[in-house]
Ligand binder design. Sequence first.
Ligand code: FES
Length: 122
Amino acid sequence: MTASQALIFPEQANSGQWIAVGTLAELFGQGDCAGVQVSGRKVGLFKVDDELFAVDDICTHGNALLSDGDLDGYEIECPLHAGAFDLRSGKALCSPLLKNTRCHQVKAEDGCVFVQLVTVEA
Ligand code: FES
């Protein structure tokens, strides 16, 4: 089982609720990027030092998963055309991106990672 397949609890998925998506070890045991599915939405999770970030996993430019991209500090570079987003704000940082991505709430408690989906456009 890959990190992207790990521990999805759709029955817990309601807007405004914190949803358990896996443990820190399961999600980040192999690296600092992981993809999960929450309430039918693909969410990319990123670990920068001890901080966690969650954004829409599908790039706003095309059909690529940001969780497959390269993480450099707070920037995630899309694997398809090298567009980059700031994980702290979702801001698109360079061409060919024309649209920011959506940031979600994420936290870790007792080694378990929880996501709260944000439904408002950034
Ligand atoms: S698909 Fe991400 S930059 Fe083009």
